[in-house]
Design a binder for this molecule. Sequence first.
Ligand code: NAD
Length: 466
Amino acid sequence: MGTHDLHAPRGSEAPFEVVNPATGEPFAKVPGCDEAELDSVVERARAAWPAWRADPAARSTALEAAAAAAEAAIAELAELLTREQGKPLAEARSEVSRLAARLRYFARLAPKSRDVGDGRAVHSELRWQSVGPVAAIVPWNFPIQLASSKIAPALAAGNTVVLKPSPYTPLATRLLGTVLSAALPPGVLTVVTGQDPLGARLATHPGIRHVTFTGSVATGRLVARAAASQLRPVTLELGGNDAAIVLDDADLDAIGSRLFWSAFRNCGQICMAVKRVYAPARRYAEIVDALAEQARGVVVGDGLDETTQLGPVNNAQQLAVVERLVGDAVARGAKAVAGGGRIDRPGYFFAPTVLACAPPESPVVAEEQFGPVLPVLPYSDLDEAVAAANSTDYGLGGSVWGTDLDRAQAVAERLECGTAWINHHAELSLAQPFTGTKESGLGVAGGPWGLYGNLRPFVVHRPQQP
Ligand code: NAD
């Protein structure tokens, strides 16, 4: 069946294959959810909602139990995640651990009612109500982390959830559905798997009340367009092209490794990875060399091998994008100081690549690469660097790297993005709002903002007691 809730009914649908990116070979088949089955899943989510929203204390207890169940399954979930996604096992384990932490964080968070009266003889109270069945749609780069960032606040708010992973990475999420739904009432959380157009069907299903989507800007636009015609609320977490500005006082020995891994972790397949580095012209060669030396030393391999630091690109389509962007940049005069092409072995491996002298207008700089590739660009004054960093339609994150922290912060505050870091990148706490400006998204996830994003205000007026 194409659903993964222990209590879900069976359906009939065509299975599809899941490929291990470290070998390029299919290793599992997953059933697809057909239209009739999706109808029945959404109906079950609707039927489960009244009881789930009615009792916050029971909800909180169930979410704590779900967190414990996820923790008990870390090893199994992490191995599946590595097999289908490619990331090193240690990173897969930490992704699953974070899921349990997030479930607990939201299980303990409650919305705050407040008096919104204006002094007249009427008591006016703002309460927060759940919205109903939520469609949660996620991509393939962090299947478990992104699923958890959607299901934890939605469930804690009293909504029920139908979760759809990417067809490239359905396995760990299916298992997650089994593990979590054992601790939850039937219909509260269901995982549906299938190839597209399942995503569009779920997002536009008449029984869905809110869509929370993470993925590319192009697909986000389609989701927003459909939601507009249905007047349905939507939260969009989309792509990024984060810049890192290295200042002339940066201590490369202290920050070099962190800067490198901010670009290359998860094989660069992170919405808020560093995707462009701006380096002061007088230190350009030194910074390019430091990054290239690290790229050459990385242990690339199958994520199941504990010595691996960098796995493969997740899928053949994304590998072709990375190859095209690097080939184009080199044709325009860029130099691959490290890497530059595929690694000659089975699977979707691309050598960690540092590009010098890529023209600023080249797609490898202007577009989201989403792969193990980092262009480094020189700047001659800070205004130029800030203008270049902001010269994109994306606005997810950005960072500034230097020794004088006040000066670095003054530069960071000029970046047009949702989160800016100094001497770090992509470190997020569970309690912070997560959002992007410009085309990087709509709505706010994370922390209490994530909870309120799954609720709607509801006001009760009643006369004061005489
Ligand atoms: P994608 O947009 O191709 O697919 C994302 C999901 O949407 C998949 O589950 C897919 O099956 C589904 N989908 C496809 N068509 C749909 C439709 N018409 N309606 C509804 N759902 C549909 O993205 P991808 O290639 O899987 O992931 C990479 C992208 O995700 C990158 O752009 C990356 O920056 C972005 N991303 C953003 C964040 C963030 O939090 N901002 C986090 C991770 C990844």
